[in-house]
Design a protein around this ligand. Structure first.
Ligand code: ANZ
Ligand code: ZN
Length: 840
């Protein structure tokens, strides 16, 4: 018995894969498969979440290689961002040094896992040869009006003197220093993602390869609302105030208008009003109370949850339908950057308006009644209703009333139909050092002038002091700021904002295709050859921002004539989290299991097998040492099989092919098992990406191999040709099936079986159709202990397959899914009984 030493063996095969460039993708693939995993931030250590993410992608990539695809499977580093800059502030280390050393550590860790990456395509976003293309894209976007500058209210930490993203504001305080966050108006750079809202939304319909939950989150985030603008003229004269409403059918119940505190018309309206001082005081408080308008978008209703306060302006507007004069209020629940920043309040039928009206004793009216004639308490909102007390528009269904009243408003010239989106333009300015410098120049004479493309990259300077306070560190670099105006040649200043790091990750997967291109971000031929990405694996935490920005960039690059598809990702897989004792692994909880410790103890293969086997990819996975031990034993069992039989079956015997064609008895059963395993594994990996069940299938094959005892071998005599042939083939198939999951062990076994090519690039064995004819079994279906019927399924079907089959039987479907609901619990005894537990 020879020992299997994972450490030595794994390094050996890793070196061979590297030496033979086994995973180098060609520029132009024959049959291409682009398998992408989200690139990591170089925090210093890979964690179990990375291992899981990358093991999933790697299993698919490796299987695809074996299936004859050219596989693009690259890796890189999302290496700009705050932690490096914080390390600079705290430890005086340059962010570049910190980042580079982390990258080299983490690369080593990933290499120890033996992932099948094409390392020649590695990229890192902090290097000028990458970020210059951010700058290039920015310039192109600027020239098309997609990048623009505008003044916007931002969260501002007075002590860090920096802008904070909404996620960096924790209960109104700065996430880093705890100071109360204020608001500030700042000129910033934006990407006009809002003009792609319609397309971003429409495409979601076609994205069947994305998890429904992600599609729903994106749809919500884009937030399309159909409604109407209505103009309310002012009693005192002057231009009317325009509101956006989705319920024009309730306009007879509009008892006041409400403006956002920062509504631009407010000052004008207040002129001469006795209420002006009170209103100004209110506006001042509202401004300082961290009213983050984007929060509406982040949480859907953060603004709605707060207590609503407001103040009367002393002015009135005329409801264009009723001709009634109604008071104009300023209210903090009205957001300036949605709709028009002004609303008609209908306290009878809108929850928020109602709360506000009751607080300030404003009139509440009923102008809708449900179609069933009931009279629910106010407020209630329904579209299944009809208008009442609405003048000539009374008695219409809500839908009809909306249509008629919108047309009326348009005909009379005081309104029009309108579609609004929640999606806001993407503010990309950051007052940080460790990011891509925005390639713009401020000249007193010429205004804002783009850096000429030929002068790219605008490189981060080194004469920078990192203090953590006082605004952007770049602003303190003389060598950086002082620049000649490209337009007039005079003294000018460089823009010192850097780009949001989400810019880096919005298009990196294109750069992998052409990573050393010095004249373009990438050639269109290569993007045409490889795109769209066939499979993208990553965490659900990126379901909204990163994936929305990535889609937006693809659309923009298409419009710039660079990329071909608008949608970059055909199939998206969001893997679950890795938990320990039920909660996420985190340093603060002290429940982190380091991948390196696992590799040291068990090897990369066992670590991979565990993260793939312990749960289906989309589910959370609870780390448990027993499970790891179990998989370690499994690999030893596999090795023992190889070790026991390899010498006996090493070379194909004469007449082996013929022998395989006429197997009988146990040898035939083994062959059946091997071939069905082949099919199950390739189905589970390629089609369903159910890697845990694929590994379970391999375990069954291992059991079958142990159960197969050719009599002669035990007695030390040569095997019968038929047994030898069956055993040899089954062992080879076992190694092939294992290769996507435990690639090192699989290579070692493959070589022990007498092969001198690499299994990683060996063609996937085609299952023999005759071996796949399934034996059928009858499964009894019980509901709450009572036999409700029987169903015939292929032997070895899993629970899901049995459930599928019973759905095809009307009687059983009705018994198991009355009213269509899933039962509380099902227990499946393979090939025998499905026990269904239904409550009540
Ligand atoms: C009258 C009304 C009556 C409304 C009713 C709703 C229900 P969504 O669906 O999210 O687009 N609204 C408009 N602009 C707003 C702003 N800037 N800040 C806060 N609220 C605003 O919501 C549209 C509805 O939200 C609009 O329709 C308006 O209230 C309010 F029974 O008008 B509605
Ligand atoms: Zn100039």
């Amino acid at each position: 018995m020879t020992d299997y030493n994972p450490d030595i063996t794994e390094r050996k095969w890793q070196a061979l894969w590297e030496e033979r460039k086994s995973f180098a993708a060609p520029d132009r693939p024959g049959n291409g498969f682009y398998c992408l995993e989200m690139l990591p931030y170089p925090s210093g250590r890979i964690h179990m979440g990375h291992v899981r993410n990358y093991a999933i992608g790697d299993a698919v990539a490796r299987l695809k290689w074996m299936k004859g695809f050219d596989v693009m499977h690259p890796m890189g580093w999302d290496s700009f961002g705050m932690p490096a800059e914080n390390a600079a502030i705290q430890r005086g280390m340059h962010p570049r040094e910190w980042t580079e050393s982390h990258i080299s550590d983490m690369r080593g860790q990933l290499k120890r896992m033996g992932f099948a990456y094409d390392w020649s395509r590695e990229i890192a976003s902090h290097r000028p040869d990458y970020y210059r293309w951010n700058q290039w894209l920015f310039l192109r976007m600027h020239s098309k009006g997609i990048a623009y500058r505008s003044r916007r209210r931002v969260n501002w930490c007075p002590s860090c003197a920096t802008v904070l993203a909404n996620e960096q504001v924790e209960q109104g305080a700065c996430w880093r220093c705890g100071s109360i966050v204020g608001q500030k108006d700042l000129d910033q750079w934006f990407f006009r993602i809002s003009s792609y809202a319609e397309e971003l939304l429409r495409d979601l319909e076609t994205m069947g390869g994305w998890p429904e939950a992600v599609v729903a989150m994106q749809r919500n985030w884009i937030g399309r609302s159909e409604g109407a603008f209505v103009d309310f003229s002012l009693e005192a004269g002057g231009a009317p105030i325009r509101v956006f409403t989705t319920r024009i059918d309730t306009i007879y119940g509009a008892t006041f208008l409400a403006l956002a505190p920062d509504h631009p018309r407010l000052d004008g309206i207040l002129a001469g009003s006795d209420e002006a001082p009170a209103v100004r005081r209110f506006v001042e408080t509202a401004r300082n109370s961290a009213t983050v308008s984007e929060k509406l978008q982040a949480t859907g209703s953060a603004a709605a949850e707060r207590e609503k306060t407001g103040v009367f302006t002393g002015r009135r507007a005329i409801n264009p339908f009723t001709k009634e004069a109604i008071p104009i209020w300023v209210a903090d629940f009205v957001l300036m950057d949605y709709g028009t920043g002004a609303i008609m309040a209908v306290p009878g039928h809108d929850e928020r308006d109602n709360e506000f009206a009751r607080r300030y004793r404003l009139p509440i009216r009923r102008v809708i009644e449900p179609l069933d004639g009931s009279a629910p308490d106010l407020p209630f909102t329904t579209l299944e209703g009809r208008t009442i007390d609405s003048g000539e528009f009374s008695g219409l269904t809500c839908a009809k009333a909306q249509e008629t009243m919108t047309r009326h408003a348009a005909d009379k010239g005081f309104g029009e139909a309108s579609v609004q989106y929640r999606l806001r333009d993407w503010g990309i300015s950051r007052q940080r050092y460790w990011g891509t410098p925005i390639p713009m120049i401020h000249c007193d004479k010429c205004g804002i002038v783009p850096v000429p493309e030929a002068d790219l990259p605008v490189v981060l300077p080194d004469d920078v002091v990192f203090t953590g306070t006082g605004g952007s560190p770049l602003a303190g670099s003389r060598s950086f700021v002082a620049v000649m105006c490209p337009s007039c040649g005079g003294q000018a200043r460089r823009e010192t904002d850097t780009m949001d790091t989400f810019v880096d990750s919005s298009w990196y997967f294109y750069r992998y295709l052409d990573p050393r291109n010095e004249t373009l971000p990438f050639r269109q031929e290569v993007s045409r050859a490889w795109f769209p990405i066939d499979l993208y694996v990553g965490g659900i935490t990126h379901a909204i921002l990163h994936l929305m920005y990535a889609r937006f960039f693809s659309m923009v690059m298409r419009d710039l004539g660079l990329a071909t598809p608008a949608e970059p990702v055909t199939r998206l897989l969001c893997q679950g989290m890795v938990l320990k004792d039920g909660s996420a692994m985190s340093k603060s909880r002290g429940n982190v299991v380091a991948p390196e410790t696992m590799i040291d103890r068990y090897g990369a293969d066992v670590t991979r097998l565990f993260v793939l086997f312990a749960a289906p990819p989309e589910r959370d996975l609870d780390w448990n040492e027993d499970g790891v031990e179990g998989l370690s034993r499994f690999t030893k069992r596999i090795w023992r099989l190889i070790d026991t039989h390899a010498d006996a079956v090493r070379q194909p015997g004469a007449g082996e092919a013929a022998a395989l064609g006429s197997l009988q008895g146990a040898a035939l059963d083994l062959r059946r098992k091997a071939h069905t395993t082949l099919r199950r594994v390739s189905d589970d990996v390629e089609r369903r990406i159910h890697l845990n069940t694929a590994i379970a299938a391999i375990m069954e094959l291992v059991n079958a191999l142990y159960a197969f005892r050719p009599p002669d071998e035990a007695d030390g005599r040569p095997l019968q040709p038929a047994d030898r042939a069956a055993l040899r083939e089954a062992l080879e198939i076992l190694m092939a099936c294992l290769a996507p999951f435990a690639p090192h062990l699989a290579e070692e076994g493959w070589s022990r079986l007498g092969h001198d090519d690499l299994l990683a690039r060996h063609p996937w064995p085609e299952p023999d159709a005759a071996m796949l004819v399934e034996q059928e079994v009858t499964v009894v279906v019980q509901v709450n202990g009572k036999v409700r019927g029987r169903i015939t399924v292929p032997q070895g079907s899993d629970e899901a397959r049995v459930v599928e089959a019973l759905k095809g039987d009307d009687h059983l479907r009705a018994a198991v899914f009355p009213d269509g609901n899933a039962p509380a619990r099902m227990v499946y005894v393979p090939d025998r009984i499905l026990n269904v537990v239904r409550s009540r």
